[in-house]
Design a protein around this ligand. Structure first.
Ligand code: KMH
Ligand code: ZN
Length: 279
């Protein structure tokens, strides 16, 4: 059977504001509703950033705790994937702290890069520290890869047996400063990934902005997984803002149906990703 596609929904992000995107869920209650709707539409993983009382990006443990509790109350089956990237410029200690809440998954950013006009810093020593902490707490890292050098760095860590299988990669393509979502780039990237990691790697792709739809289609066709959501893309189509996170998820589900690709339930996603059982 074709492997079901795991849909991740990145509901909030750290860079957008409610002023610019009024439908952006930023309070714990709004995030819980957005997560519930996204899961009802077909998502199984919620990539989670949280906000402070003013709506600004936060990596505070308390803000994560509140949002995670509200999400779990509304949609207990959702797999919560905590962001450890936070907003550009956030200090490592703050990015690391909320991991002690032990989400099932967390993002592990695999290198430094320009991120728009700023620098998103992820030094090797910090990447290893995040990784060790996730291992210690049995949190599954999702490796966020924005450029091909980051993939090669991950391959090096696998060779050194620092990273261990199962490996789960999220390509985030189209950030200004990273690799674009041009399909020719992506084909090359996937070929390289397979040569380094073998066929049993799980991968997903998040196309930023206009790349979201094309890359989602491509992942569905090639047996990969898909991330959509307002963090990456606020448009449904050119010039038309998305109505909600769920709307973006629903489109992927429709495409998957057309392409005969089943969509994973949260339980199937846990099985596919071999997530450690939780008490
Ligand atoms: N906000 C970006 C600078 C992650 O979630 O780990 C980084 C980001 C990655 O969103
Ligand atoms: Zn993120």
């Amino acid at each position: 059977m074709t492997e079901p596609c795991i849909i991740t929904c990145a509901i909030t992000g750290a860079e957008l504001s409610k002023q610019k995107v009024p439908i952006l869920p930023i309070t714990p209650d709004e995030q819980a509703i957005a997560a519930e709707q996204a899961v009802a539409a077909g998502a199984s993983v919620i990539h989670l950033h949280v906000r402070d009382a003013e709506g600004g990006p936060s990596q505070s443990l308390e803000h994560f705790q509140e949002a995670m509790e509200k999400i779990k109350q509304r949609v207990p089956e959702a797999i919560i994937q905590m962001s450890t990237g936070g907003a550009v410029g956030e200090v490592m200690e703050k990015r690391m702290a909320p991991l002690s809440l032990k989400p099932e998954m967390a993002s592990l950013n695999m290198g430094s890069m320009n991120f728009g006009d700023e620098i998103f810093a992820n030094l090797p020593k910090d990447i290893l520290q995040f990784h060790d902490r996730m291992q210690e707490l049995k949190i599954r890292p999702e490796m966020e890869i924005y450029d091909i050098g980051m993939l090669e760095y991950a391959a090096k860590l696998l060779k050194k047996e620092i990273l261990k299988k199962p490996i789960h990669i999220q390509f985030v393509l189209g950030v200004p400063g990273g690799m674009s979502g041009d399909l020719r780039n992506f084909v090359h990237t996937l070929i390289l990934m397979e040569s380094h990691f073998g066929p049993d790697v799980h991968w997903s792709v998040a196309g930023v902005g206009r790349y979201q739809l094309t890359l989602a289609n491509y992942a569905l066709l090639l047996g990969g997984n898909v991330r959509v959501g307002l963090e990456d893309n606020i448009y449904y189509k050119k010039g038309q803002l998305a109505e909600s996170n769920a709307q973006l998820v629903s489109r992927v589900v429709r495409l998957a149906n057309e392409l005969d690709r089943p969509v994973a339930t949260p339980a199937q996603a846990r099985q596919i990703l071999a997530l450690p059982a939780r008490a």
